[in-house]
Design a protein around this ligand. Structure first.
Ligand code: ZN
Length: 84
């Protein structure tokens, strides 16, 4: 979190947050998992919406992204937030 710039940063796990590149569906209890993971994603989007309503920028990086990739994304969001 960067409270002065109001930028919230999340690092989302590929499995738990259904990354488009690495999402997997467990075969055992498939329906339960599909529901559980869909609810995680829905909660992520709700969190994003709540934060944006409160005036925050939301940055999400995937756990598979490199640290320098993630840093670039966060830096860009901070510049945006501080210059707006
Ligand atoms: Zn991933």
């Amino acid at each position: 979190m960067f409270p002065r710039a109001k930028v919230a940063v999340f690092v989302d796990g590929c499995f738990w947050h259904s990354c488009p590149e690495h999402a997997t569906s467990p075969k055992a209890n498939a329906a339960w998992w599909a529901d559980k993971l869909a609810r995680n994603v829905a909660r992520d989007r709700q969190t994003d919406a709540d934060l944006r309503t409160a005036g925050w920028s939301v940055v999400r990086v995937w756990e598979h992204q490199s640290a320098s990739d993630a840093a670039d994304t966060i830096e860009a969001a901070l510049w945006d937030a501080l210059s707006s």
